[in-house]
Design a protein around this ligand. Structure first.
Ligand SMILES: NC(=O)c1ccc[n+]([C@@H]2O[C@H](COP(=O)([O-])OP(=O)(O)OC[C@H]3O[C@@H](n4cnc5c(N)ncnc54)[C@H](O)[C@@H]3O)[C@@H](O)[C@H]2O)c1
Length: 434
């Protein structure tokens, strides 16, 4: 394919050289005459292992050429890949001035071309900016309609400096955020020879995958360092601890616990997080990440409570009380906290949980619930349909054995707050917090 690359920095140079190596015809655009001259001479403007040779080879074969003229690049190509910088402002917000400028330039050229050209954002761009700035800017500069007259995709880059070429050639995946199907089809052809799964989503979701990835990498670094610091203070080999930790591919290094849903709880996680945090504090080790877990979890419960408040309805059915399916353990269940708050605010609450029967609750579990929810006897129901019938708001907090029964008992005038965030509750009016 014929590809224009705007911005020949780390991402643009590596992408350009690698795309050329894949057989595409690449024309790079940059505002820096010095960079353009270096590339014309077959020299890499950045330090990156393997890039000097690859770039020299592709430039010599004229598979990778450069220009300072956006019009020349766009007239000759099917796709533009925008790789300009998106630095931080002092307040942490994203500086989109380079994106704004390049979008205006590209839009002005699209105005005068007759072929279908797909504009693709490779730069890391905050979700929200695409719909509020990028598409409107492109449409106003070109006088044309996105999707119909020109294509648009968000296609985040996941390469890492110093291993950029192999990261490009063997990416973890290819994420295509397509404005319309035709744009996604055209962009997907660029990557058809790469050995990676392609995931096609909406543009804003593609942009968010990049932020989720980088935020998660940062969480992992900080987590490893906080655990390592606690280990050191206890005279434990932190390297060995994390090495063994990473061997667990079922729960630790896995997709377990990564789906957005409701707060954590139960008899272990809150207790153990508090204990490790206390251990760190006791040894004067600052662990801001570990210390943020309980407050963050509490905020999530609060979000659910506020969602109920916002609806202004006072009769509530809570489906699910124990902290997860398959157990009647109520100790530190976030649903118990949720129920406690609603009762405290004067809501009329009914609770159904097929796994929780007061006559079967013993020991600490029973003591706990009677202490936290002294009115549990009055609010716990054994009939699911009757529980839903009385309610204006139905909170689905747990996977029940017969979710179809829940669905068929719902009326259109009821609000469903799905804490699992996993179902389409139409036609009932639905709300979710994730
Ligand atoms: N560096 C990385 O490892 C990496 C990895 C993944 C994603 N990203 C993201 O990719 C984007 C680019 O990062 P980078 O490190 O390559 O940036 P960079 O600063 O190295 O390069 C940006 C280039 O864009 C050029 N430019 C600016 N305005 C232009 C215009 N109007 N027309 C043409 N060229 C223009 C600049 O002269 C510069 O050469 C950023 O959003 C970054 O967050 C970077």
């Amino acid at each position: 394919m014929r590809i224009a690359i705007f911005g020949l920095g780390y991402v643009g140079c590596v992408s350009g050289a690698c795309l050329a190596k894949m057989g595409h015809s690449v024309i790079g655009v940059d505002v820096s005459p010095g960079k353009l001259d270096m590339i014309r001479r077959g020299e890499s403007p950045i330090i990156e292992p393997g890039l000097d040779d690859l770039l020299a080879e592709m430039v010599k074969k004229e598979q990778f050429t450069v220009t300072s003229d956006p019009a020349e690049a766009i007239r000759e190509t099917d796709i533009s890949m925008i790789c300009v910088g998106t630095p931080s402002k002092l307040n942490g917000d994203l500086d989109t001035s380079y994106i704004d400028r390049v979008i205006e330039q590209i839009g002005a050229v699209i105005k005068d071309i007759n072929h279908y050209h797909v504009v693709t954002i490779r730069s890391t761009l905050l979700p929200g900016i695409v719909n509020t700035r990028v598409i409107p800017f492109l449409e106003s500069a070109s006088g044309k309609k996105a999707g119909q007259d020109f294509g648009f995709c968000v296609n985040p880059e996941f390469l890492r400096e110093s291993t950029a070429i192999s990261d490009f050639q063997t990416p973890p995946f290819t994420v295509i955020g397509e404005f319309n199907k035709e744009s996604g089809d055209i962009l997907q052809k660029v990557y058809e020879d790469l050995p990676a799964e392609v995931y096609r989503v909406e543009p804003e979701a593609a942009a968010m995958v990049k932020y989720a990835s980088n935020a998660y990498h940062a969480v992992k670094v900080v987590f490893g360092n906080e655990i390592g610091s606690i280990c050191k203070s206890l005279g434990i080999d932190g390297q060995r601890v994390m090495e063994v930790f990473c061997k667990d591919k079922q729960l630790n290094i896995s997709k377990a616990y990564l789906r957005p849903g409701f707060a954590f709880g139960g008899s272990c996680l809150p207790k153990d997080v508090r204990a490790i945090q206390y251990t760190a504090k006791h040894r004067d080790i600052q662990v801001p990440l570990l210390s943020s877990l309980i407050p963050s979890n509490d905020s999530h419960i609060q979000r659910a409570v506020e969602t109920i408040f916002a609806h202004g309805k006072r009769k509530v059915a809570l489906l699910g009380l124990s902290f997860k399916p398959g157990t009647d353990d109520l100790r530190e269940s976030p649903m118990v906290r949720f129920a406690e708050t609603l009762i405290g605010k004067g809501y009329s609450l009914r609770i159904f949980d097929e796994e929780v029967s007061l006559s079967n609750l013993f020991g600490r579990n029973r003591d706990y619930i009677e202490k936290v929810l002294p009115h549990i006897h009055e609010v716990l129901r054994t009939d699911l349909s009757a529980c839903i019938e009385e309610a204006e708001v139905v909170i689905v907090a747990k996977e029940l054995s017969d979710m179809e029964k829940v669905r068929s008992a719902l009326r259109e005038d009821q609000v469903v707050l799905d804490l699992l965030g996993s179902r389409d509750w139409s036609p009932a009016q639905s709300a979710s917090i994730v």
